[in-house]
Design a protein around this ligand. Structure first.
Ligand SMILES: [Zn+2]
Length: 396
């Protein structure tokens, strides 16, 4: 059996004023997803477990069959896995943003979307000042970097910098065991970065300087049962996003890079569709993850969200269906957004998401309709424990 899963990130939505009270799924022309919904099973799934933040990391772990309540340890360890950073089980990993704090206020969580090259110089300067056998900075992409601490114990609460824009940082500093150490590094970074030539140039150009680092998203390496051990199936993922890449590495999947995959509206949908079809040849299960729908949600961009959904349907789901039908062996396909990113609120939501699946042995449910949030709710098929959806998809 061959399996394909398509995840349009954050695509689920609510009736939007800009769309005359309809959702992007309702407005978009999605003949292939609608066919899957009509000829297979349509329902809803609670991908974000109660009490957990509705991040893509948590929701995608769920979609892939992992109980985030038990195995989610933080964002940084997943990103470290994506970058191939070797660490020990008791190392602590932190996301290390370059941010702009001015007069004690978080002005910019991305230091003006600082370029990778400039950021790398700054991270190296920090490594020179603070790096040791037990503390290492790893430069990443743009403003997103990592810090690994060995031999120390942390039991801290930290705050994502994008959640406190315009607020005084004093109220949101790390709290708990190990917090003073983090505070020391964040304070210390100010001295290293303040008058660094990179920042002097940024100020001259009117760009936000990287005034300090902000540590958050911490955790230790999660222990995830290899997917093959759990299901006897080998998998591959196609994504432009580090979090998803990291999860894939940790569960033993191949990560397939598509040169034109950007994680934004301009991503190469056709290339991703082709790569998925190619990967199906030597993998049992292929996941295609597309970030553009989530970005459109964050930007409140209704038209872009609809366009992205239609591109996913036409250039990924359609060709995948066709290729699966031509393999001459049994197959199944599942389309499921990881979470909602409603246009109206421009951030993630924890409500159940619609899903549609079809293929061998999945007889159509009664009263199936197109793939929309409302139609999915009406079928009454609801997977309350999100990580059990994959069991239904693979085993039923
Ligand atoms: Zn997401």
């Amino acid at each position: 059996m061959k399996y394909a899963i398509v995840i349009p990130d954050g695509a689920a939505d609510r009736p939007a004023e800009a769309l005359g009270g309809r959702t992007p799924f309702e407005v978009a022309r999605l003949p292939h997803m609608d066919r899957i919904a009509a000829e297979g099973r349509l329902g809803t799934a609670q991908t974000v477990p109660p009490g957990m933040a509705p991040g893509s990391d948590v929701a995608i772990l769920s979609v892939l069959g992992y109980d985030a309540v038990k195995c989610y340890t933080g964002r940084a360890p997943l990103e470290a896995a994506a970058q191939g950073i070797q660490c020990r089980p008791d190392d602590w990993l932190f996301r290390c943003n370059l941010v702009t704090v001015a007069d004690g206020v978080m002005v910019d969580y991305s230091a003006g979307h600082i370029k990778t090259q400039e950021a790398e110089v700054l991270i190296r300067a920090l490594e020179e000042q603070f790096g040791s056998d037990t503390l290492r900075f790893y430069p990443g992409v743009g403003y997103r970097h990592l810090l690994v601490s060995r031999g120390e114990t942390f039991k801290v609460r930290t705050t994502p910098p994008h959640d406190i824009l315009g607020q005084r940082v004093r109220k949101h500093l790390p709290k708990g065991k190990g917090a003073p150490r983090l505070q020391e590094l964040m304070d210390g970074s100010r001295q290293v970065l303040e008058n660094h030539p990179v920042n002097r140039i940024r100020r001259d150009l009117g760009e936000n300087p990287a005034s300090q680092i902000w540590l958050w998203g911490q955790g230790q390496r999660p222990s995830l049962t290899p997917f093959r051990k759990q299901w006897g199936l080998g998998g591959a993922v196609i994504t432009a996003v580090d979090l998803v890449r990291g999860i894939a590495r940790l569960i033993g999947w191949d990560v397939i890079d598509v040169p034109g995959a950007t994680g934004y509206y301009d991503t190469d949908y056709t290339g991703k569709g082709r790569a998925a079809i190619e990967a199906l040849r030597d993998h049992d299960l292929v996941v295609v993850h597309v970030e553009a729908t989530d970005e459109a949600g964050h930007n409140g961009a209704a038209r872009e969200k609809i366009k992205a959904l239609e591109s996913i349907d036409r250039l990924i789901v359609g060709p995948l269906l066709q290729a699966l039908e031509q393999t001459g062996q049994p197959w199944r396909i599942l389309v499921v957004p990881d979470h909602e990113t409603p246009l109206a609120i421009r951030t993630h939501e924890r409500k159940p998401v619609p899903f549609a699946m079809m293929g061998a042995g999945l007889e159509p449910g009664r009263g199936n309709r197109p793939m929309t949030e409302a139609d999915a709710r009406k079928t009454g098929m609801h997977v309350a424990v999100g990580h059990e959806l994959i069991e239904y998809f693979l085993r039923r």
